[in-house]
Design a protein around this ligand. Sequence first.
Ligand SMILES: Nc1ncnc2c1ncn2[C@@H]1O[C@H](COP(=O)(O)OP(=O)(O)OP(=O)(O)O)[C@@H](O)[C@H]1O
Length: 229
Amino acid sequence: MTIRRPPLPRLFLNNVSCMRNAQQVLRHVNVSLHDGGALVLTGTNGSGKSTFLRMLAGFSRPSAGEILWNGHDIQQSAIFHQYKLQLNWLSLKDAIDDKMTVLNNVKWFEFLEHKEGKAMAALELMGLGRLANEKPRMLSMGQRKRLQLARLLAIDRPIWLLDEPSVALDDDGVKLLEYIIAEHRKYGGIVIVATHLPIEMKDSMILRLPPRFPRRMTHVDMLDRADIT
Ligand SMILES: Nc1ncnc2c1ncn2[C@@H]1O[C@H](COP(=O)(O)OP(=O)(O)OP(=O)(O)O)[C@@H](O)[C@H]1O
């Protein structure tokens, strides 16, 4: 009988801590993600959700612990070079060029990836097909977010790092977001979302980061506590 070893997680955060501005933001985080896996980061303002994503994107380094991709530390430059090509990053800064059309804003990202052919279909899926030849100044905030999501689809990289992806989206937009995340995972993609807003992601891990600066009790908190009369 042969005993098969369990597969390595695609991504593994091994006892990771992170400092910002000489202060500890993340402390001893352990997470493993396999293909098709998802992680939802929640927590109060300033608890470290974006810091977590930025660290995974390689913009900042862990102060302790290691981030392993396929079992290799992403701090090694040869590994990082390969790893960063797996990432699709969606942040609150939308990097939309107002001089290009909506369509070209997606095509430009495809071009940088040496890919082509998915931009229009991605815009159609995100409900922006009829605005493809307009300039982005015509778009509402929610439509700009949809454009960012169309880019994710067009570029089609396996690991999605999404910072507040549902902000500004209407109900249909949130459903679309949930749909594209589910489809991406169905084909083995990994999705990590930092969010304040509820988002439906089946079988995802949820990591609630503790508040960094616990606020003082307000009168409302005191009234809410049963043990204070
Ligand atoms: N560029 C920076 N330089 C120094 N400290 C920073 C920097 N960015 C964030 N921080 C600190 O790290 C802490 C965590 O910030 P972060 O943006 O990760 O929180 P968050 O959970 O994403 O917050 P929010 O819900 O408001 O988006 C903040 O309290 C802030 O003091």
